[in-house]
Write a protein that binds this ligand. Sequence first.
Ligand code: NAI
Length: 471
Amino acid sequence: MEFQVADLTLAAYGREQIRLAEHEMPGLMALRERFGASKPLAGARIAGSLHMTVQTAVLIETLVALGAQVRWASCNIFSTQDEAAAAIVVGPDGTPENPAGVPVFAWKGESLVDYWACTQRILDWGEQRPNMILDDGGDATMLVHLGVEFAKAGAVPEAAESDSAEYRVLLDTLRASTLDWPSIAGSILGVTEETTTGVHRLYDMAKRGGLLFAAINVNDSVTKSKFDNRYGIRHSLIDGINRATDVLIGGKTAVVCGYGDVGKGCAQSLAGQGARVIVTEVDPICALQAVMDGFQVARLDDVVGTADIFITATGCLKVISAAQMSQMKHLAIVGNIGHFDNEIDMAGLEQVPGITKTPVKPQVDRWNFADGHSVIVLSEGRLLNLGNATGHPSFVMSTSFANQVLAQIELFTKTEAYPIGVYTLPKQLDEYVARLHLGALGVELTELSTEQAAYLGVEVEGPFKTELYRY
Ligand code: NAI
């Protein structure tokens, strides 16, 4: 079996963590119960690109239990939990000497070259072809699309001056690639996309007419974005800050850039620790929500010199500039929890005259300005909850990943119902995912009588809301 992970001897340790996670992931375990015998994913060859954590391990083994073959990489260079990657390669029945699990290509601390090589390897099925992608952030999907574009053009273009280091490595990877990209793209029935940023990319490709296969937007299932992005972040943001810095958050001033689902989770978690939270926003509705929730809303330039902690959660780029970091207090903490590392201008920071970088520990760096003051940057500006901690906890990832599994089943088994385009899962499935998680938390749901249901104009068993309802 092919694989590339840090250390297979970590597998037993990883397996113990997977067992604990299974207990906290009732949605995925219920799907194994429901579909384990019928195996709706038999014949599916899934190329998965999503943070290789313990929770993802439970997702992978659920896909396998439902009949799929899987190859996996992480969608971030720092987010792999090496023990989870090892346990998945070894498998429940294998040993480190005789691995019998799933091919994984992921380790914590990959270089950009490794990263794109690993992403390419999940799409390389030798004589066979992958027929599904499970993506987080859209990098695997982008690799296939660019591979096809450049194959048609007959060459991979030279990088432009303005291209990021990441994109340059991607171009080099494609230049050296021997894979038949059009044939891979032609075999793919669809992609299920996990996060806001990846979903933006999909709608953008669909709008420009460039999308090559159908896509399900998992992020906008209510049981994904209103739970993972919000309550998951509420847990994992401060987990990342604490593990990285161990600074007391109470009493500090924290700036959260962006008050979407992720920003709301950030603000709540920091306020819960006793921080004074200031929000920056571009959208008047989200700004109004923030102020109604009791947070000051200000421009970054007006508070940059007085706050202690800065978190970006926008999915936008250049939200914190190098010039702004140079004006921050000594040892201010700067971190990003949005999908890509361009929210904080790390490239600009490196160019500041006289700046030096002192590693404090893995994924924590002190950047020293020429005037003698420093700022602490977490995970080199990449998502800090996965770089400095272990991402969201299992229970909330069970809601996200139950949507992923249902989306894979939808696209794989009902391909004709999904011509090229971007779709969300039907509301019945969204409500079903929520139902799967109620019992574990002791929730007793009230049932509508037929009279009440008729009065509201819904079915007794749901769906309970129209598509317009925003939760
Ligand atoms: P969202 O669209 O709900 O929220 C983003 C907010 O940022 C919007 O309200 C927008 O108006 C605001 N914004 C955009 N540009 C801004 C700027 N320059 N300054 C201030 N505010 C600005 O998106 P969501 O779901 O909150 O996701 C945000 C990012 O987090 C995405 O990149 C997403 O992929 C990522 N994400 C990360 C997770 C993690 O575990 N680290 C989990 C889920 C999502």
